[in-house]
Write a protein that binds this ligand. Structure first.
Ligand SMILES: Cc1cc2nc3c(=O)[nH]c(=O)nc-3n(C[C@H](O)[C@H](O)[C@H](O)COP(=O)(O)O)c2cc1C
Length: 343
């Protein structure tokens, strides 16, 4: 089973994925693919310079990256795909899940899911182009169930089934659910039994136990699993899941591994961002994912939230990493309060 790192815009950028791949670099611990956060295309259907730099193969050494585009314009998608093909990419991903108001308002991301005729026209145009028709490059889709109700999904899946999509990645929520509430696992089962394409299951897989429960519920194994918030929180999750799948004892994330990961991301924060306020904000955002892994973390969480300088923040995280201990089996959902950023 393939294990993928989900795209998280503003979190899993080029530096983040390189740092993850550098520290968790073994076949056991790495992600099989890193899906890059979505790119918007220019008016001329090209990729912005900053995104191009982030996606250059030499800036992502030794890892498989899948670029993702957020558009409802097949010509823009083709323009971007052609450029990405020229850069060496052999798979591109279409974002049909982004729930943000501005995106949905423009009928992109999850907003495109209500426009069935346009969606068919989009795929007709893209798959008629030699780039895709000749199999030069694969198109995978990352989708939600619909905008308002899971009942929308069967019709949407019927559309996907008409086209040679390489893999269907399903985040089984509707747009209005954003990232909260229970996922609709019954619809993952529906997709498994009705999709003509290999299925990648995504959504709320935060721990080995979550994966075990999902796999016990599904009628057969999906082709792939995708981990987002859970893998940001526990960067060792790929290794733990592979061990579980192989029936081996699971070696949990060590505090040393977490320290190396958090430290590398701190150094990255320092070199890339200017201004203490920005750096502090980025660190607070990241530590919101990690604090849940610690036993007796509540007092630390409060102090981290209140910290007003980077030095103060760092002295708290240093203490945590030196004297704290990790909760066995903890993950992103281990503490519901985790959903509130600590900033
Ligand atoms: C902060 C944030 C940013 C995200 N950015 C993207 C994105 O750029 N493209 C995308 O397809 N999904 C994006 N997602 C959705 C995730 O890829 C994933 O589908 C979702 O978090 C559910 O998986 P998880 O429960 O494992 O986190 C984002 C989610 C979050 C929380």
């Amino acid at each position: 089973m393939n294990l993928y790192f989900a795209p998280l815009e503003g979190v899993t950028d080029v530096n983040f994925r390189n740092i993850h791949a550098h520290i968790f670099h073994t076949p056991l611990s790495c992600a099989d693919k890193y899906f890059a956060p979505f790119l918007a295309l220019t008016q001329d259907h090209t990729i912005h310079d900053r995104d191009r730099r982030a996606l250059q193969i030499e800036n992502n050494p030794g890892i498989t990256v899948v670029p993702q585009m957020l558009t409802n314009d097949p010509h823009a998608f083709l323009g971007g795909s052609r450029e990405l093909f020229g850069m060496g990419y052999r798979e591109v991903n279409l974002n049909l899940g982004c729930p943000s108001g501005t995106v949905v308002g423009k009928k992109r991301g999850a907003g495109f899911l209500t426009e069935h005729d346009d969606l068919e026209r989009f795929f007709d145009t893209v798959f008629a182009d030699a780039l895709f028709a000749d199999g030069n490059i694969k198109l995978s889709v990352k989708t939600r169930l619909g905008m308002f109700s899971p009942d929308e999904f069967p019709d949407i899946l019927d559309i996907y089934n008409k086209y040679p999509i390489s893999e269907l990645i399903l985040h089984p929520r509707v747009r209005k659910e954003m990232y909260k509430g229970d996922v609709h696992t019954d619809m993952t089962i529906y997709a498994m039994t009705h999709s003509k394409h290999p299925l990648c299951a995504n959504g709320d897989l935060f721990t080995v136990e979550d994966v075990r429960i999902l796999l016990g519920t599904l009628p057969k194994s999906p082709a792939s699993l995708m981990f987002g918030r859970g893998a940001v929180s526990n960067p060792n999750l790929f290794s733990e899941v592979r061990q579980m799948l192989a029936g081996e004892p699971v070696t949990p994330l060590s505090i040393e591994q977490l320290g190396a990961f958090t430290e590398a991301l701190y150094e990255d924060t320092k070199t890339r961002l200017s201004g203490e306020r920005h750096m502090l904000f980025r660190q607070k955002e990241l530590w919101a994912y990690w604090i849940v892994l610690f036993a007796d973390a509540e007092p630390f969480r409060k102090r981290l939230r209140k910290a007003s300088t980077l030095t103060e923040f760092r002295s708290i995280t240093d203490t945590l990493l030196r004297t704290g201990s990790l909760l066995p089996g903890a993950g992103f959902a281990g503490n519901a309060k985790m959903n509130t950023p600590i900033s």
